[in-house]
Write a protein that binds this ligand. Structure first.
Ligand code: HEC
Ligand code: HEC
Ligand code: HEC
Ligand code: HEC
Ligand code: HEC
Ligand code: HEC
Ligand code: HEC
Ligand code: HEC
Length: 456
């Protein structure tokens, strides 16, 4: 996905608004009712077939579609709802592409119902006036004599965009924000472009995809922290097609952000998802620096694409999953209290991983990095003196530094237990730090964990 796809050219986005220091996290009052939004410019005019223009009575959302196009079918229910909710203020007209067959249109009506007009663009005149390149695309227009003026464009029209239409139809956008109602990240992005770009570079923006890749997106034990507003009346509706999948703006800022009249303290929300089982030693202070809302500012398109790509291919860093600071004291120090685990580990390939390397390789930190345990937590050392090569892949490669745990004679809170309730969130990240695609092509947690845990 490139930047321009994430940020469709929306007129709202062009509006200047008064801000304080754009780089500071602000604690000020939200700007609902801001005068800045009262006068909204228009994009321009287009000319539609005369006979069609005559049928337009006021603001009209023209949605160009093809009844068989999957993206169109995907937004069809949302458009049906929108037609109803804007009734009296604007009309929704569905313009079917010239290739639409009668049978397909009949099927569409039977499947989706919809209290809107459907016309067929037989000679492609409307499509060409609208400048259509793909479906579904939409223009919000208003008759202006023989021509129509264009109020806003949604190319393509994607789930969640009805909020944008509602905002455009309102006298000022925040009027469209009902108290406690989730709008979706697209609605926020219309104005907050820099936050939206930064968000698109965060793991929050791919949280749903992560579940899909794991084939766990239908597992309700997993979904709720990977979507927005789960369990709330207007929050995520439990479907894959919802515009509220992923951890969107409103996961942290609450429904409607501050613009519905209530301000949520974003910092109080993290631990609802980043609990002890799903993040290693999480704290707001540890998390916040990695949530930079201004990260994309000044980034070249190329760097932006590369950063987005690294999310997709799994190479983007996960700083929160780094172990807390401390020294690795070595497996010998654990033996006394954890004799069983020690015996199992000693018999496992991890305990002899250094033996896999020949003499030259044993002196090469770039190999030792994954075949031995560092002397303390943090980024992998680049010189040999900072590895416990006698340990090979020791206890602390998986459990984090044991210094404090051993000094205190045990306990659960000062060592990473690799919680069993949500293994993938933390355990897999620990393993795949070494079991990379390059070194382990057949990686699969379900088959490898039993062989490496302490049961086998
Ligand atoms: C129509 C434009 C617009 C839309 C849409 C919009 N905002 Fe805002 N938002 C603003 C403006 C203007 C401010 C005030 C900017 C400032 O004071 O720095 C603001 C401020 C904020 C603040 C900071 C408030 C504070 O007190 O520091 C948050 C958080 C926020 N918006 C979240 C959201 C979320 C979440 C959404 C989507 C549900 C959203 N906004 C949609 C224009 C918009
Ligand atoms: C609705 C649940 C939810 C909330 C609320 C939430 N997160 Fe997350 N966060 C996640 C999920 C899920 C991921 C991992 C997504 C993925 O990789 O697929 C994540 C990933 C992250 C990451 C990147 C991964 C890493 O290891 O570095 C950071 C940083 C982060 N969250 C910080 C925060 C902070 C700070 C807050 C509060 C201001 C917060 N999150 C609130 C669910 C949430
Ligand atoms: C209580 C909230 C919560 C629940 C429930 C939850 N997750 Fe997560 N998940 C998170 C958070 C938070 C992160 C981010 C961890 C981090 O990077 O710090 C995450 C990250 C992940 C990751 C990315 C880890 C990586 O390194 O690749 C995967 C995969 C994942 N979760 C899968 C699942 C699955 C599968 C389930 C259901 C068994 C599940 N999650 C249930 C909160 C949750
Ligand atoms: C993971 C949680 C999280 C997500 C997701 C998130 N934010 Fe924020 N946001 C924060 C935190 C934390 C702050 C710091 C202010 C605070 O302490 O309340 C903040 C601050 C802001 C501010 C005020 C500072 C500024 O940027 O001018 C705005 C506006 C804002 N967020 C908008 C957004 C928008 C728009 C999105 C979605 C594109 C978004 N946020 C997504 C957590 C989040
Ligand atoms: C990113 C981590 C990582 C690095 C760096 C790494 N290895 Fe490995 N290595 C592994 C993992 C994981 C396995 C186990 C693969 C499996 O599951 O079979 C492994 C297995 C091996 C094996 C035994 C299995 C085989 O493929 O023959 C040898 C030999 C080996 N590595 C040599 C090396 C050498 C030489 C280097 C330096 C050039 C090196 N490794 C660097 C992670 C790494
Ligand atoms: C390859 C990673 C890995 C290494 C190395 C490792 N462990 Fe574990 N350990 C795990 C995982 C994963 C779990 C979670 C439970 C399970 O899957 O067996 C675990 C669980 C535990 C538990 C909790 C016991 C329980 O059943 O709940 C203890 C104690 C423990 N390990 C101690 C050790 C000690 C001591 C060593 C070194 C002698 C060690 N581990 C080496 C991965 C590892
Ligand atoms: C003096 C005894 C002692 C030593 C030495 C010791 N532990 Fe523990 N460990 C404990 C106790 C006690 C518990 C808590 C057991 C419980 O509550 O079920 C524990 C729990 C654990 C757990 C499970 C934590 C959880 O959240 O479930 C892990 C993992 C672990 N130890 C790893 C290690 C490692 C690795 C070492 C060596 C660096 C080590 N321990 C050394 C006594 C010790
Ligand atoms: C510090 C790096 C490192 C970590 C962390 C790590 N491994 Fe390994 N693992 C290795 C290396 C290196 C080998 C190869 C050892 C050998 O062949 O002697 C290996 C071998 C294995 C093997 C035996 C070979 C195979 O693929 O069947 C299994 C199973 C395994 N690891 C599973 C895991 C699991 C599960 C985790 C996470 C709980 C994990 N490993 C964490 C480095 C690591």
């Amino acid at each position: 996905m490139n930047r321009s796809v994430l940020l469709v050219p929306l007129l709202l986005a062009g509006l200047a608004f008064a801000t304080g220091d754009p780089r500071g996290w602000s604690e000020g009052q939200p700007a609902a009712n801001s005068a800045a939004f009262k006068s909204q410019p228009e994009i321009g005019e287009i000319e539609l077939p005369k006979a069609f223009t005559k049928t337009l009575t006021g603001p009209t959302l023209l949605v160009y579609f093809s009844p068989t196009c999957p993206h169109c079918r995907h937004v069809a229910p949302e458009l049906g709802e929108l037609a109803k909710s804007i009734e009296g203020r604007a009309e929704l007209v569905m313009v079917a592409s010239s290739s639409s067959t009668d049978a397909a249109l009949t099927e569409w009506k039977a499947t989706f119902g919809g209290s809107y007009r459907i016309i067929v663009d037989g000679d492609r005149e409307i499509g060409s006036a609208m400048g259509i390149r793909s479906t579904p695309s939409a223009l919000l227009v208003k008759p202006a004599g023989r021509k129509v003026s264009v109020l806003d464009a949604y190319y393509p029209f994607t789930p969640g965009y009805s909020s944008l239409v509602e905002m455009r139809l309102a006298d000022f956008p925040f009027q469209a924000f009902a108290p406690g109602e989730y709008q979706g990240t697209a609605a926020c992005s219309a104005c907050h472009t820099q936050e939206a770009e930064a968000w698109a570079l965060s793991h929050h923006s791919i949280a749903w995809r992560t579940l899909v890749l794991d084939e766990e997106h239908e597992n309700r034990e997993c979904t709720d922290c990977h979507v927005t507003g789960a369990g709330q009346p207007t929050g995520w509706d439990g479907t894959e097609g919802s515009h509220l999948v992923n951890v969107g703006c409103e996961s942290c800022h609450g429904p409607g952000g501050p613009h519905d009249g209530t301000k949520t303290s974003a910092r109080s929300t993290c631990e609802g998802c980043h609990d002890a089982k799903h993040s290693i030693a999480f704290s707001y202070e540890k998390g916040l620096p990695h949530l930079d809302h201004f990260r994309a500012n000044g980034m070249s398109d190329e760097d932006f694409r590369a950063a987005r790509q690294s999310l997709g291919d799994g190479t983007a860093p996960r700083p929160l999953l780094a172990f807390g600071a401390g020294k690795n004291v070595g497996a010998e120090a654990c033996k006394e209290c954890h004799a069983d685990e020690h015996a199992q580990w000693a018999a496992s390939p991890h305990a002899s991983a250094m033996a896999r390397l020949d003499e030259t390789q044993q002196a090469d930190a770039s190999c030792v990095r994954c075949h031995a345990t560092a002397t303390e937590s943090g980024p992998p050392p680049t010189d040999l003196t900072h590895f416990r090569t006698d340990d090979s892949v020791g206890c602390e490669s998986c459990h984090g530094p044991g210094e404090q745990h051993v000094a205190e004679g045990g306990g659960k809170d000062n060592i990473e237990g690799l919680g069993e309730d949500c293994p993938v969130c933390v355990i897999e990240a620990v393993c795949t730090g070494c079991h990379t695609a390059e070194w382990d092509k057949t990686w699969d947690l379900d088959t490898k964990l039993p062989k490496a845990g302490h049961d086998g």
